[in-house]
Design a protein around this ligand. Structure first.
Ligand code: F6P
Length: 323
């Protein structure tokens, strides 16, 4: 294999740059040329390609966002769009492709694989919602960002004896909500995968004040409801001032954590090894502390029962540990 390409797609996540760096450095070390595709599948269809060398990635490991830019593309979902993309890849002599992105990006990757391009997918999303990997690139940074934000909110919440409802990202997954809620000692954590009755959430807020706590924190994953909706229900039931904070895209930015840089580097490097050895059609990840690979065609499956069980355990722990 002489020439591969790398791209980032969908919502950006901290560590995507480290993954791009991992690909470029490993490829150059084994004599393979890397082409960067800018702006995701949109850029692929438009031929926005540029050769990348180690020099292009010598200062990106620690940066958030993606130097290759990213996009969500409707046009690429069409047959015509995919044909344009294939024509561009073939014209550039690209034999292998590394796609760094989430579920939607994997669907595009699978379409290209089925059309004859050798593709490896790397899980780049803050949502931690990719089947077949315990962690996605960017999740660790995002959950730490959310936790630090909640720490700050607690300071002001305590000063004013208020309840704060903090809405976090995650699309249909509650991973950011659970872990940041647990680490920040939230009274209640609402996630889409496991329903918590509103009465229970309200009771936990009341109980915190009864026990002498000066504030109360409720974390709500965006896939459940808006922070405002939850806050309204609490305010109607409890005699306390309630405020809402939507953390939003702050969770997608910032320098990647050490964990995300290492994960991204290992996966980027391994993606090149696999392409060079003629393996393709896989999504890479990390499971039980080891590198894992799963067929791209299997990544869209429903929530893994083991993952659901772990989420239940974490919610139970959060309840047992909240004051
Ligand atoms: O998938 C990452 C994510 O940040 C989700 O958590 C969120 O629902 C979505 O992307 C937001 O997308 P956009 O940046 O297009 O508003």
């Amino acid at each position: 294999m002489k020439r591969i390409a790398v791209m980032t797609s969908g919502g950006d996540s901290p560590g995507m740059n480290a993954a791009v760096r991992g690909v470029v450095v490993r490829a150059e070390n084994i004599g393979v040329e890397t082409i960067g595709i800018y702006n995701g599948y949109e850029g692929m269809m438009e031929g926005r390609f540029k050769k990348l060398t180690m020099k292009d990635v010598d200062d990106v490991m620690h940066r958030g966002g993606t130097v290759l830019h990213s996009a969500r593309s409707e046009r690429f979902k069409t047959k015509e769009g995919q044909q344009d993309a294939l024509d561009q890849l073939k014209a550039q002599g690209i034999e292998g492709l590394v796609v760094i992105g989430g579920d939607g990006s994997y669907k595009g990757a699978l379409a290209l694989q089925e059309a004859g391009i050798s593709v490896i997918g790397l899980p780049g999303t803050i949502d931690n919602d990719i089947y077949g990997t315990d962690f996605t690139i960017g999740y660790d940074t995002a959950v730490n960002t959310a936790m630090e934000a909640v720490d700050k909110i607690r300071d002001t919440a305590s000063s004013h004896l208020r309840t704060y409802v903090v809405e976090v990202m995650g699309r249909d997954a509650g991973d950011i909500a659970i872990e940041c809620g647990l680490a920040a000692g939230a009274e209640s954590i609402l996630i889409p995968e496991i329903e918590t009755p509103m009465e229970e959430c309200i009771e936990r807020v009341e109980r915190a004040y009864r026990r002498g706590k000066k504030h109360s924190i409720v974390i709500v994953a965006e896939g459940v409801a808006s922070g405002g909706e939850v806050a309204d229900q609490i305010a109607q039931a409890v005699d306390v001032e309630v405020r809402v904070t939507v953390l939003g895209h702050i969770q997608r930015g910032g320098n990647p954590s050490c964990f995300d840089r290492l994960l991204a580097t290992k996966l980027g490097s391994e993606a090149v090894n696999m392409l060079a050895e003629g393996e393709s059609g896989y999504a890479l990840g990390r499971q039980n502390n080891r590198l894992s690979k799963r067929k791209l065609s299997e990544t869209g499956e429903d929530v893994n029962p083991r993952v659901l069980e772990e989420k239940k355990e974490k919610l139970t722990l959060a309840k047992q540990c909240a004051i």
